[in-house]
Structures are given as structure tokens and as C-alpha cells.
Design a protein around this ligand. Structure first.
Ligand code: ACO
Length: 304
């Protein structure tokens, strides 16, 4: 007679063990994960646009090959994440529908324009840097399929961050015009990158429950602080300035003090009123419509 070791959701969470698709779980845990994983997947897919816009304008074959690989990685991340969400009983079709009709969100950061080549470097350094700080703890998320997907994603994000840093380092040590372009890009992306971590803890609707369930391991403000502390020495090596006159080391706190991002702006951008929201969604809808023949052909082939 075998021992059936079915442990309850609460026991698994208390023991810091993984919840797997066939385990019982509260509806709110399932729904919260679908929300977060889908938003994350949509972010990867929409996130291909700001950088994709520079593939044809990359300044050398080497830079173009790197950027192509990076944008392809993002498509891959989106797909692993949709697959992780599917283990919770939703379909990728359904989730795509929710994105296309504006009922699910994607990260605020991808609603800002990439105006110059230096923006490609800054996206790698700051945006992918923020993504890593936020996502490394998700490798220990209580939901097994999400945690496992994050391991590979974080390795690839780390390559993305390094390539952006190297690109920016090259510009920052180039001609005066290149240096100026690099600084201008840092000035425009710093606060939107800080806002990626979400609202301050006091206004974060999901944090408390999400931390109890081991989905989130650190709060929005904790991760934002970790990111600032990481960026300061990196900016020094680049020889670039972070656009915050109040940024300074606090001996007392053992962290940098800094000016928080404008959270009203974050909420406006999340609600659809950012510089590129309409363009990003129009582009995604057009790509979806243009791809309908592929879906139809695949379905016809599968039916044979
Ligand atoms: N952009 C868009 N929406 C945001 C952002 C943001 N930067 N920050 C918070 N929100 C939304 C939340 O989704 C939530 O909205 P909802 O209730 O309608 O879903 C609301 O603002 C309140 O925020 P929180 O309660 O703090 O939400 P949550 O606990 O989910 O924390 C966070 C937000 C940190 C983004 C979390 O969902 C997370 O870690 N997600 C996984 C990582 C991710 O999605 N990264 C995407 C960008 S990185 C990249 O793709 C390169």
C-alpha cells in the first residue's frame, strides 16, 4: 500500500515548496498568477517593438546581429511565459485576446519611444537591468512552472543587460556627440525605469497577498532601492550622470537616497495615456491580423 503524500496548498507554501499545476490551489492564487504571468508575457511581446524599430538602423553588422538575437530572445520569453500561464488552465489565444482588447496590461516602460541609437544601450542597461532585479527573485516563486521559466529568462536578460552596458560604454567613450546622445538617453529613461517596479508599497494592491503566497519575494520599493544601489557605481564606470540631484549615499540607511519616479505618470501610462500606447497596440493588432493566415494554415494542417 502506497502512501499518498497529498499535502495541502497551505502546507506546501508554509514549507516553501513549489505548487505544481495539478495541486489544489485557491482560486485567487490561480487568478493572481494568471494576471501576473500574462502581464509579464505581454510585456515581452510588446517589448520587441521599441528595439525592433532599430534593427534596420543598427550602425554595424555586429550590432545588428546582437540586436536581432536579443529581440528574438524576447519573443521566446513571451512564449515560455504564455506556456507557463497555460498550465493554470487558460489558453494563449484567450490571453492574447485580453491584451488586444486592452483588458490585460503590459509593462509601462514599453510605452516610451526609442529616439536614438543610444536608447538601445540604455534599454539594455536600465530596462533589462530593472527586469533582472525584479525577476531573479521570481526564480524562487512558489508556482513551479513560472519559477522554472524564469531561470532561463534571467540568464538571457543578463546577456541583454551586458550588451546594453557595453554599447553605452562605447558611446560614452566615443565622440562628444556620441557621449551627449548617451547622456540624453539616460536622462529620458531613468525615471520610467524606476517606475517599472510598480507603485510604492503603500499603494500596491497585490503585494501583501502575493508575498504571503511566495509569488513575490520582495516588495516593489525594496527592489527599486536595490536597483538604484546597483546603478550608481555602474553609472560612474560609464562616466554618465543619473538625472537626480538628490541621489546620494545615506550612511544611516546603508542605501542611496533618491527621488522616486512620478507615480501619477506611471498610472496614466498604465491606463493608456503614455507617449506610445496607441502606436504599440495598433502595431500588435496589425501583426496579429497579418498572422491570421499562419494560424489558419497551422489549424488546417493539424486537422489532417
Ligand atoms: N507597468 C504596468 N502595470 C503596472 C506596473 C508597471 N510598471 N507596475 C504595477 N502595475 C500594475 C499592476 O499590474 C497592478 O494592476 P492590476 O491589478 O490591474 O493587475 C497595479 O499596477 C498595482 O500594482 P501592484 O499591486 O504592485 O502589482 P504587482 O504586485 O503585480 O506588482 C510587478 C507589479 C512588480 C510589475 C509584478 O507584477 C511583477 O513582478 N511582474 C513580473 C515581471 C514583469 O511583468 N515584468 C515586465 C517588464 S520586464 C520586461 O519584460 C523586460
Amino acid at each position: 500500500t502506497g502512501i499518498t503524500a497529498t499535502r495541502s496548498f497551505d502546507a506546501l507554501i508554509a514549507a516553501d515548496q513549489r505548487i505544481e499545476p495539478r495541486d489544489e490551489m485557491p482560486d485567487a492564487y490561480r487568478a493572481g498568477l494568471v494576471r501576473q504571468i500574462a502581464q509579464h508575457a505581454h510585456s515581452e511581446i510588446i517589448g520587441m517593438q521599441p528595439e525592433g524599430a532599430w534593427i534596420s538602423r543598427a550602425p554595424s553588422l555586429r550590432r545588428k546581429a546582437i540586436l536581432l538575437a536579443k529581440v528574438q530572445d524576447e519573443a521566446g520569453h513571451g512564449l515560455y511565459l504564455y506556456a507557463a500561464a497555460e498550465t493554470l488552465g487558460v489558453s494563449r489565444d484567450e490571453l492574447e485576446g485580453l491584451l488586444l482588447t486592452g483588458r490585460q496590461k503590459y509593462s509601462s516602460i514599453f510605452n516610451y519611444p526609442t529616439l536614438t541609437w543610444a536608447d538601445i544601450g540604455v534599454i539594455g542597461w536600465l530596462v533589462d537591468g530593472a527586469a533582472i532585479v525584479n525577476q531573479v527573485p521570481l526564480c524562487r516563486c512558489s508556482y513551479g512552472p513560472y519559477a522554472r521559466a524564469m531561470i532561463r529568462i534571467c540568464k538571457e536578460e543578463s546577456f541583454h543587460q551586458r550588451q546594453g552596458y557595453e554599447l553605452l560604454h562605447t558611446l560614452a567613450h566615443g565622440s562628444p556627440a556620441q557621449r551627449e546622445m548617451a547622456q540624453d538617453a539616460v536622462d529620458r529613461w531613468w525615471y520610467p525605469s524606476l517606475a517599472m517596479f510598480g507603485p510604492p508599497d503603500g499603494e500596491s494592491t497585490h503585494s501583501a497577498q502575493s508575498m504571503k503566497w511566495g509569488v513575490k519575494r520582495f516588495s516593489n520599493d525594496e527592489l527599486r532601492q536595490r536597483f538604484v544601489d546597483m546603478c550608481v557605481p555602474q553609472a560612474e564606470v560609464l562616466g554618465l550622470t543619473l538625472p537626480d540631484p538628490d541621489l546620494r549615499w545615506s550612511e544611516e540607511r546603508g542605501h542611496h537616497d533618491f527621488t522616486p519616479p512620478d507615480f501619477d505618470e506611471l498610472m496614466r501610462v498604465v491606463k493608456g495615456d503614455g507617449p506610445c500606447n496607441a502606436q504599440r497596440m495598433a502595431h500588435r493588432r496589425a501583426a496579429h491580423d497579418n498572422g491570421s493566415w499562419v494560424r489558419e494554415a497551422a489549424a488546417a494542417h493539424a486537422a489532417k
